[in-house]
Design a protein around this ligand. Structure first.
Ligand code: NAG
Ligand code: NAG
Length: 790
């Protein structure tokens, strides 16, 4: 039997496993773990002495933040422990909340996981997350760093051993054969443990002592990290046996910064990396016993074909990886160009809301001109923002470029059959003179002998669909607050702030894999990359680009990664519960988008996987018999992977959402009405009647219905929550988002929703492990004021 549980640590690819089928499934290697910091907190009701009474409140939120930080950090040795307010901090135009992101420095070096996020409104601190290091500033390190990687692999090994014994004795003791599903589950868990151990722990079988001790060289750190990270066992073996040859082949170039930066380096010719590895010295916090110390690390940024790692490696023993985040989730303001009379393109596609080809037929849909989200439509951008190497008459003096193909301000979509990193000149459909992107989609094809040729035959329809879905997602999320300052993906930001030059690069029918999809999210200002694959789960093959849910799931990684912990920090949803929620939000949003007024349960990825149960353990459902996920289900080894953790979170959100729908009703569209010519958004039937504050300024509009309100609260919550949030902190952020949007009218409903499956008052996570797991103590309790008196 083929392994059925294969993807622990696959950070952001879509597929967890084929729980019910035996399809071949390529697992992209992806390392993801790091210390969990016991002192990290998220406080939603700061004590008054840390806040200000209104009469003394400075009006500039940055002044408020500085005074707040000074009192919060009063005990720090301010000569050696300092902080910097990051310039990706922003004020949310819609909510008026200012989100301020703060990095810690010790002895002038960044503490990679010393983060504060402060949420401020009307001169008041609403909430803050804090993982700053509080001990003394060390001379170099003040702690031994236990290897998290080794701890992970040892735990896998011992779980495997005990599990094997249990399984053997189960088989012996049972007179009557156990139900097949019970045996399957055990076998599945064993396969899973073994598979992960084989690939991700291979590195640790080597003896590194010969060359790992005492090395302060970023080249050694980069090479040793590559040995652990490369999916090629033969490369890893060769590097191990000829380490010094490799070391002599790489070159280290110092890169200088204008001010205030630790020395940083570019390590060139690292095998397996597609760009020079960036390296700088920093500190990482390492919990050891009951105190947390600082470890000097090389902070590496390693871009590979299928991964884009940000890793902390022990500087004095670079074989010890302290933490690693894969930005791949298995991706000067120019003047605003003059508005033009939009002609508008049309697309023959599965319309927004149709999840996949089994659910409907293609129709002709129009380009969206929403003067907030896509003021120039989907095909125009300043010529200066075209990617380097894109064929375009650069001598022409037109400022605005309007493409007759599938590129624009929000996304560049194209085939990538080759499966490699080049994309600028890959094939794209060209519209006819009437700006129509109308192409045949014939999945049956005529050539039965070559299913890939059949799929390639409808590539223009596929790229059109990917372009359409990605733009719709861009416009939808924009309207709920994923805008320029909060880190969205656009080539040009219309002078509205944030970093531009980062449209999504969307690869259709990507040749680097089958039966999956992934998204890479580097920090704001660098292009996200979405790769969609063909699924060989059926004959004819199925094209993942045509399953909207999969595309939405992937694009949502970009959303949650940029909103959590600030646009410039892509390391906040790296592993464990935080990484799991990164998956869960995508499933939740995809499922919410496809849902209709008539309630239904939904599986994830069922069409592409050709499996009516989908690619998760359970379908999303309000019925506990259909989806039994609870907070403590996360204790099981099956729930160590981010996808499994994510489906539990998505199930909780699904339940919470239906509490809101029960109370507020259901909106047939999630798209807010388009703004009028002055940019004022009308209430229409979408928002509740506007209210105004004492200064006559309109308060943020509140979506009228349960589903649209939930999407709003989920996005607002992402902005409030701290870096590396737990389920509990993300829950608190959503409840606070409601408090700030509606004055807390859904307080009890939200608590009831979360409490239903164990995330109620007093629920806790004990002994959290660096990759997920731990002991989850569930509680179904709601706050006292919500307990019904009846
Ligand atoms: C796709 O469209 C391009 C340009 O519009 C055309 O040259 C090409 O033949 C089409 N490909 C297929 C497979 O239909
Ligand atoms: C406008 C508004 O309702 N603000 C609230 C936001 O949340 C904090 C804490 O939860 C409250 O104190 C504010 O009054």
């Amino acid at each position: 039997m083929r392994s059925t549980f294969k993807t622990l640590l696959v950070l952001t690819s879509i597929a967890l496993s084929f729980a019910h089928s035996e399809q071949a499934f390529t697992r992209r290697k992806s390392l993801a773990f790091g210390p969990s910091l016991p002192h990290a907190t998220f406080t939603t009701s700061p004590s008054p002495h840390l806040s200000f009474s209104r009469s003394f409140a400075p009006s500039d939120p940055f002044d408020v933040a500085r005074s707040f930080l000074d009192s919060l950090l009063a005990d720090l040795d301010s000569k050696h422990l300092t902080y910097v307010i990051r310039d990706d901090s922003y004020t949310d135009k819609r909510t008026g909340v200012t989100h301020i992101y703060v990095n810690q420095y010790v002895n002038g070096l960044e503490v990679t996981d010393g983060r504060i996020n402060v949420n401020i409104k009307d001169g008041q601190v609403l909430s803050y997350g804090d993982s700053f290091y509080r001990g003394p500033a060390p001379l170099h390190d003040n702690v031994e760093a236990p290897s998290v990687h080794k701890q992970f692999c040892d735990t896998l090994h011992s779980k495997y051993t005990t599990h094997m014994q249990d399984y053997a004795s189960l088989l012996q003791q049972t007179q009557i054969p156990l139900a097949d599903t019970e045996l399957d589950r055990h076998r599945g868990e064993l396969d899973f443990l073994q598979d992960v151990h084989n690939t991700d722990c291979h590195f640790l079988k080597r003896d590194m002592t010969a060359y790992s001790q005492g090395s302060r060289d970023p080249a050694a750190a980069a090479l040793m990290f590559m040995m652990a990270a490369t999916p090629s066992m033969s490369l890893a073996d060769d590097m191990h046996s000829r380490f010094h040859d490799y070391l002599s082949e790489v070159t280290v170039i110092p890169s200088n910064h204008l001010r205030d930066q630790a020395p940083s380096f570019a390590v060139q010719q690292v095998p397996g990396a597609v760009n020079p590895v960036k390296a700088h010295l920093a500190y990482a916090q390492v919990p050891n016993g009951d105190r947390t110390g600082l470890k000097l690390v090389w902070q590496l940024e390693v871009e590979m074909e299928d991964n884009w790692y940000s890793a902390s490696v022990d500087a004095s023993n670079p074989s010890n990886i302290i933490s690693v985040v894969d930005w791949a989730s298995d991706s000067s303001a120019a003047p605003i160009p003059p508005p033009k009379e939009p002609k508008g393109s049309t697309y023959q596609v599965f319309k927004w809301g149709i999840n996949d080809p089994a659910e409907g037929e293609r129709t002709i849909e129009k380009e969206n001109f929403d003067n907030l989200a896509s003021p120039l439509g989907w095909h125009s951008l300043p010529a200066s923002k075209l990617p380097a190497g894109y064929p375009y008459d650069r001598s022409s003096d037109a400022d605005l470029y309007t493409a007759d193909t599938t590129i624009g301000n929000n996304v560049y979509a194209h085939e990538n059959w080759e499966g490699r990193n080049s994309w600028v000149n890959n094939l794209r459909p060209k519209a006819n003179s009437a700006s129509e992107f109308h192409y045949d989609y014939d999945p049956a094809g005529s050539d039965r002998t070559d299913p890939m040729a059949v799929a390639k035959g409808y590539i223009n329809a596929t790229v059109t669909q990917l372009f359409y879905t990605t733009n719709m997602v861009h416009d939808l999320y924009y309207r709920y607050g994923f805008d320029e300052v909060s880190g969205n993906f656009q080539q040009h930001n219309f002078g509205r702030g944030g970093r531009d030059g980062d449209a999504v690069i969307a690869n259709a029918q990507d040749g680097s894999g089958f039966n999956n999809a992934n998204f890479m999210t580097p920090p704001d200002g660098q292009n996200g990359r979405c790769r969609m694959y063909i699924w060989n789960t059926a004959s004819p093959y199925r094209d993942g680009d045509l399953e909207a849910g999969i595309v939405i799931h992937e694009l949502s990684h970009g959303l949650s990664t940029r909103l959590t912990g600030g646009p410039a920090n892509s390391n906040c949803l790296g592993w464990g519960e935080a990484g799991g929620m990164g998956e869960g939000w995508g499933d939740f949003l995809a499922t919410t988008i496809r849902s209709t007024k008539r309630y239904s349960d939904y599986p994830m990825g069922a069409w592409a996987a050709n499996d009516k149960g989908g690619i998760r353990y359970y379908s999303y459902s309000l019925d506990k018999d259909v989806n039994p996920s609870t907070y403590d289900i996360l204790d099981g080894v099956r729930y160590w992977g981010v996808h499994a953790i994510g489906e539990v979170w998505a199930e909780f959100l699904w339940i919470v959402q239906y509490k809101l729908i029960e109370k507020h009703g259901y909106s047939d569209t999630l798209f807010p009405p388009k703004p009028d010519a002055d940019g004022v958004v009308p209430e229409a039937d979408f928002y509740r009647p506007a209210t105004y504050n004492s200064k006559g300024v309109r308060n943020p509009l509140i979506p009228k219905h349960g589903n649209s309100l939930m999407v709003q609260l989920v996005l607002d919550g992402m902005k409030l929550q701290p870096c590396s949030p737990s389920f509990i902190q993300a829950r608190d952020a959503i409840i606070q988002a409601d408090e700030n949007l509606t004055g807390g009218e859904n307080f009890c409903l939200l608590w009831e929703g979360f409490a239903e499956r164990g995330l109620g008052v007093g629920a806790k996570l004990i002994n959290e492990l660096p990759w997920g797991g731990g002991t989850h103590d569930p509680k179904n309790t709601v706050p006292a004021k919500c307990r019904s008196s009846s």
